[in-house]
Write a protein that binds this ligand. Structure first.
Ligand SMILES: CC(C)(COP(=O)(O)OP(=O)(O)OC[C@H]1O[C@@H](n2cnc3c(N)ncnc32)[C@H](O)[C@@H]1OP(=O)(O)O)[C@@H](O)C(=O)NCCC(=O)NCCSC(=O)CCC(=O)O
Ligand SMILES: O=C(O)C1=N[C@H](C(=O)O)CCC1
Ligand SMILES: [Mg+2]
Length: 332
């Protein structure tokens, strides 16, 4: 089931959304939640403006009237905003704009790599994500005491630049066994199941039905019908020197504890426990040895480490792994 909502080449489009932003005492924007972002070809000038109470109710709903205002316990003010992105090709302007782009991904309005995210990390504050909502890291101990004073136990689920996706967007047709494992900005197509060991970073995710028991790193895209086995790794490009953008094609199986540092075409299998890096020397059926990067994007290959010789081999993929177990995806 390939997701049809996503617009892979939305680069000339803009976006508009009304949302609720949390602003710390020093003016830092901690987050912005946009419940119903929209793409538009006629967005108007880029930027964020504050909405008054009536405008907020009109654009966001009745509850917005109560949601906005000062929250003394957390030392923040919640404000209603309207954010416009003139062109998704332009880099993000500020934190509101950055949050809107993350929402566009998780709402499946834009596919990974379908918009400019240059400078994103620099625009996002490092935030304490708590059971009472976002808190400025420097205010955390004071807020903890404020909570205790009211008999509340403040839970801090993470201190990070990205919140978990499901606190902002819960896309339909998706199961996520452990919500902490999926960051806002993940793109999960209907039919995707993310098990506890799975992980999905921002600007990454699935395009169709998939079982995700391994890690989908920032920028990695997994095609329809593919399975990322338990603890499997897809090599990232943000840190550690990886520079190949990983794409997993359709109906692939990346075995448990395996890893991929090259793109896979369709119908490929990587044996459990085998990490295929771009430089791995791979023996082909005719005895020729090539670097795995030369096979990047090729279809119908089974990669395995010969358990007798230790040689990594690429063979025609005759391993009929049977495809996804439909029962695990049909009723998401
Ligand atoms: C690589 C494959 C796909 C191979 O499977 P096949 O069905 O093609 O092979 P097979 O039937 O086992 O074997 C076919 C022939 O090849 C031989 N053969 C197989 N692997 C070999 C190897 N590495 N080296 C040398 N020979 C090998 C067999 O002995 C057999 O020989 P003869 O023909 O002479 O008899 C598999 O081993 C594998 O790794 N599957 C991944 C499964 C997986 O990890 N799924 C994700 C689950 S996720 C999960 O489990 C979650 C749990 C967790 O969290 O960890
Ligand atoms: O989708 C599920 O639920 C899965 N359950 C299996 C399990 O619990 O072991 C693993 C695969 C997916
Ligand atoms: Mg077999």
């Amino acid at each position: 089931m390939t997701d049809t909502n996503s617009q892979g080449s939305a680069r000339t489009t803009g976006a508009v959304a009304a949302g609720l932003a949390t602003v710390a005492g020093d003016g830092t924007v901690l987050d912005t939640w946009f419940p119903a972002p929209e793409l538009t070809s006629d967005p108007g000038p880029a930027g964020t403006t504050r909405l008054d109470r009536d405008e907020a109710v009109n654009r966001i709903g009745e509850g917005a009237a109560k949601a906005i205002g000062v929250d003394a316990r957390r030392g923040v003010e919640v404000v209603a905003v309207s954010t416009v992105i003139s062109s998704l090709d332009d880099k993000p302007l500020d934190a509101h704009d950055a949050y809107l782009r993350l929402h566009l991904l998780s709402h499946r309005l834009v596919r990974p790599h379908g918009q400019n995210l240059d400078g994103l990390f620099g625009l996002l504050a490092n935030v304490a994500w708590t059971s009472l909502g976002p808190v400025a890291v420097d205010d955390l101990e004071r807020v903890r005491l404020n909570a205790r004073a009211e008999g509340l136990h403040l839970q801090v689920t993470s201190v990070d630049k990205f919140p978990r996706m499901t606190d902002y967007v819960a896309p339909k047709g998706v199961r996520i066994a452990d919500a902490d494992r999926v960051r806002l900005g993940a793109h999960l197509a209907a039919g995707t199941t993310v098990m506890h060991e799975g992980f999905v970073n921002f600007n990454a995710g699935t395009l169709g039905t998939s079982m995700v028991e391994g890690r989908i790193s920032a920028g990695v895209v997994v095609g329809d019908g593919s399975d990322i086995g338990g603890g499997a790794s897809t090599m990232g490009t943000l840190s550690g020197g990886g520079n190949v953008r990983i794409v997993i094609g359709e109906r692939c199986l990346v075995g448990a504890e395996a890893g991929v540092g090259i793109a896979l075409g369709d119908e490929c299998v990587v044996e459990a426990g085998l990490y295929v890096t771009a430089g791995t020397r791979v023996t082909l059926p005719d005895g020729q040895v090539v670097k795995a990067r030369e096979l990047s994007g090729a279809s119908n290959i089974l990669f395995r480490r010969n358990s007798v010789t230790g040689t990594v081999e690429a063979r025609p993929n005759n391993a009929v792994w049977g495809g996804l177990n439909e029962v695990l995806h049909a009723h998401n």
